[in-house]
Design a protein. Sequence first.
Length: 131
Amino acid sequence: MIDHTGLSVSDFDRARAFYDAALAPLGITFMMQVPPEYTGGVKVGGYGRERPQFWLHEGAAQTPPVHMAFTAQTRADVNAFYHAAIAAGGADNGAPGLRPHYHPNYYGAFVRDGDGNNIEAVCHTPADTGV
């Protein structure tokens, strides 16, 4: 439904280091940096699996902070995202686990990035052997 989205971050380099680490377990990588001559010198870069779909834009932090949820293939990927995000400086906002009030198979984890955005990894498949 959504082709691409992004958010403004107060410290692009800090945010990039966080997202590089946090999204890697989900198979999401930093795919491109927009040349500064196209952005007026502002740092802009995109993450994705096959093409950039999540963009960071250097500027004022989002107000209010936003919630971004990324798809995980397995519950083990959700766990790996959470641990990588915490190790990269994220703040716990909900450890990995089932959230049956959303859906019986909703398995997610939540962290706050350096600007306070609520970043989530979620898997909707039934229990797998990777938990």
